[in-house]
Structures are given as C-alpha cells and as structure tokens.
Ligand binder design. Sequence first.
Ligand SMILES: C[S@@+](CC[C@H](N)C(=O)[O-])C[C@H]1O[C@@H](n2cnc3c(N)ncnc32)[C@H](O)[C@@H]1O
Length: 201
Amino acid sequence: MNIIEKANMEHFHSKRADKFGDSDVKALGWKNLESQQKRFEVLVEFADLNNCHVLDVGCGHGDLRYYLGEHFFGLTYIGIDLMTEFLDEAKKRYGHMENTYFVQGDFSKMEVANVDYILASGAFGYKTTNELYYWQTISKMVEVAKKGVAFNMLNQDEFPEHPLLRGHNKAEVLHFCKALNYDVELKEGYLEGDFTIFIRK
Ligand SMILES: C[S@@+](CC[C@H](N)C(=O)[O-])C[C@H]1O[C@@H](n2cnc3c(N)ncnc32)[C@H](O)[C@@H]1O
C-alpha cells in the first residue's frame, strides 16, 4: 500500500469513528459485533493455540486478544496495526492482560520473528494499486509463521464496488495458497460475503 492508500484507509476509519464512536466495532469497518465475533470464531478453529505465540495482523481494537484468552491458555499475543487510534483503544482494553503486546506498524514492512501462528481478520479488505501486495503479504505471513496462518477476506462475488474496500476472487486466492505447498483449507458459508483460508505448515 502506498502512502495515499494508507491515508485513504485512515480517512475511511476516522469517518466511521466520527459517525459511530471511536470504540465502536463499526469504526473498524465491521457491520456489527456479531460479524466480527463470527470471523474470530472461524479463524481460531484451525489450530490448537494453547501455549503458542500468536501474531494478529491488523488487530484494530485488539478484540481478538480477549477472544483468544477465553478459548486458549498460555498464549503470547502480539497485535499489529497501522492505526495508532485503534492501538490506543486496544491498549486501554487489553494492555493489562498477561503476555500481551501491541505494536504500531505496517506488517508488510516489519521484521517479525518467533511466532507460531499468524491470524488476520479484515486486513486484506483495502484496495491498493499494487496487485502484488496481497500475494506478497500472504507469502510473508507463511514464511514468518512457524506453524500456520489463518486469514479472512471479503468475497468479490458478493461485495459491491466500493471506492476504498475490495473483495477477492476466492478461487484465485485458494490457487495461490495451494501453490505454496502446505496444507490449505477453505472455510465459507459462516457469514455472507466472507471466506477464510487456513494454511498449516
Ligand atoms: C477491518 S479492521 C479489523 C480489525 C480487527 N482485526 C478486528 O477484526 O476487529 C482491519 C484492520 O487491519 C489494519 N491493517 C490493514 N493492513 C495492515 C497492515 N499492512 N499492517 C498492519 N495493519 C493493517 C487496519 O488498520 C485495520 O485496523
């Protein structure tokens, strides 16, 4: 993503924050709390995350930290997000939880080491003119995570044209992930217009 695209993304979120309130799940771009939680429910199905180091790319308000804490024990959580406003909220909400860290930055440009699993809910929903961005970011996640990666995307067949957001071609994403030569699973049907990919190493 270039600097203009990042600025557009920030603008999109601050407009939603003005409309719905900074701490509302709708400021993150989600339709409602149920749709955010349903995505989490599906994402964490893919592996036993007990005692693991988990990196949450595009953590927003950090709500996945709480969700993980309810379902797994002994994990270390690192949430990364581009937006400082979201991270301030994340730290306020979950910064007190043990083994919990929030870091500001662009995952695609950060050096990351020593994580078992990478999860990303909603991080691929933004348009960029750099078509390679999605493939490079998925590849980087797979390269960095020792055990596996799970991420969701909006399905382009069901997502209307939008100036800043975009859906993805499910078959194309699946094809790309399978070519990485790991165990790949597609999950769909849990929420209209959304799909999830699991990559187990
Ligand atoms: C739709 S929100 C979802 C937030 C959170 N995962 C949740 O489900 O509540 C997507 C988030 O991804 C972040 N994001 C997108 N691309 C990113 C990148 N390359 N590095 C870090 N954060 C990114 C955005 O700033 C935004 O907060």
